[in-house]
Design a protein around this ligand. Structure first.
Ligand code: IMP
Length: 429
């Protein structure tokens, strides 16, 4: 079973790296297929923690080929910054192994500026973006005025494209947002300063991956963000601008749907969200604060406190259905230790009517009030548990109920920060 997608089932930050870690040395390729440095995961190199935003989460595994697919948007400063960090701290020299799709788009300084000023302009209607220029870069891609990795191979073309894009954007920056115009030469010079280093990394990624799959190699497609941040399937407009959903792996890496054998959804044992947008089970009281403190729920990219709440089964069930999850991997079950009762959202009351599935319109979802079922909590420390049998009965029943409500088998459970703090029920390969 060599083509595996690992993706978030909620609003991001589910701890996808935990599942990836379980595949460990068996991976040959780890491919990011969507998003940019709006994502974030922590890697530990020689005992030291580092936040990574763009490189795939399995990058520490020196035997695999890290890949950035065409669906990714790349900030070259961030990319080479992360490569340097790994190298300086004694991690693998990714520059020797990684491949970047010639068709991936580049995040430029004007995309970052536009991201920030647009959010400011939106005021209380803001999306709460990470401010990394991700949305504006995807807008340009769809508008057909984007700058691609392959443009670094052709200086006159790159200069012409930057100039054309800025001709329009400078009008916007100056006349609408009251900002200074950007100099196209400066932007182009900055991008071209990376040309020599990027050129050897460029690849025909679709051919590379399809050949690898033909040879029975194990290819992991790593989704950044999550189902409910998907621009098509998420809680629009409070979403990111790409397709983190499983089908996005096909588009964003260049493989057909028949190449994906397994779709592993990752969900926290509760719910979190950063940025704006509806979240029916959000707790704005001390209970929410307790989950945030116990789970250290602060964003890796922006440091923002995450909004916290009880597990919402409708949210995860919707993700399982649309993405065809073959497995669910529950993370941070240990964070829930110590509660007498654990409410789980099993339905919504929408304007007096009960629904057992996520509504399909924004207005209904904004009106959704959770209907809770109270499950028993546990007080025992579960961080040392390594099998289902080791778990206290209440924790086992909690997992079983989630499995039933989300209609997908739970194949792994995270019970602590460490790589080994996991209960594996079904092999992920
Ligand atoms: P953008 O992706 O920076 O445009 O932000 C759009 C929305 O997606 C905002 O609500 C962000 O907080 C959210 N978002 C983007 N990346 C992540 C992530 O990796 N985890 C959680 N939320 C994210």
């Amino acid at each position: 079973m060599p083509g595996i997608v690992v993706m978030g089932a909620q609003w991001g930050d589910e701890g996808k790296g935990k599942a990836t870690d379980q595949l460990g040395d068996r991976l040959d390729y780890c491919v990011r297929y969507s998003g940019g440095n709006n994502a974030g995961h922590t890697v530990v190199v020689n005992g030291e923690k580092h936040a990574m935003h763009l490189l795939p989460s399995a990058v520490l595994n020196a035997n695999l080929v890290p890949v950035l697919g065409n669906g990714v948007v790349i900030d070259l400063d961030v990319l080479f910054g992360e490569i340097e960090t790994l190298r300086e701290r004694g991690g693998p020299d990714v520059e020797q192994t990684m491949k970047i799709s010639t068709n991936a788009h580049i995040i430029t300084t004007y995309h970052q500026t536009i991201d920030k000023v647009t959010e400011r302009f939106l005021g209380k209607n803001k999306i709460g973006t990470t401010g990394r220029g991700v949305g504006p870069t995807y807008s340009d891609k769809v508008n057909r005025i984007g700058i691609r990795i392959q443009d670094l191979l052709d200086e006159p073309i790159l200069r012409a494209k930057v100039e054309a894009a800025l001709e329009q954007k400078n009008q916007l920056l100056v006349k609408v947002y009251n900002r200074r115009a950007l100099d196209p030469d400066q932007v182009a010079d900055h991008l071209l300063s990376y040309a020599e280093r990027v050129t050897p990394l460029m690849a025909d990624v679709p051919r590379l991956l399809n050949t690898a799959l033909d040879q029975g190699k194990v290819v992991l497609f790593e989704g950044a963000q999550a189902h409910h941040l998907d621009v098509d399937h998420g809680t629009y407009p409070y979403v990111t601008s790409s397709n983190p959903t499983a089908a996005g792996a096909g588009v964003g890496a260049g493989v057909g749907p028949t190449r994906i054998d397994r779709v592993i959804g990752i969900a926290k044992a509760y719910t979190t969200r950063v940025g704006e947008g509806p979240m029916p089970t959000e707790l704005l009281d001390d209970d929410g604060e307790k989950i945030r403190t116990d789970g250290a729920e602060f964003g890796t990219t922006t440091g923002r406190p995450r909004r916290c709440g009880w597990f919402d089964a409708l949210v995860v069930e919707a993700a399982a259905t649309v993405n065809g999850f073959t497995d669910l991997f529950l993370t941070k079950l240990d964070t829930l230790t110590g509660w007498e009762k654990l409410p789980v959202c099993v339905a919504y009351d929408v304007d007096g009517e009960r629904t057992d599935v996520m509504p399909s319109t924004q207005t209904e979802f904004h009106h959704a009030v959770p209907v809770y079922e109270e499950l028993d909590g546990w007080t025992e420390d579960i961080t040392g548990c390594r099998s289902l049998e080791d778990l206290p009965k209440a924790a086992r029943l909690y997992v079983e109920r989630l499995e039933e409500l989300c209609r997908v088998r739970v194949s792994g459970i995270g019970v602590g920060q460490g790589r080994e703090q996991v209960i594996m029920i079904n092999d992920l390969l």
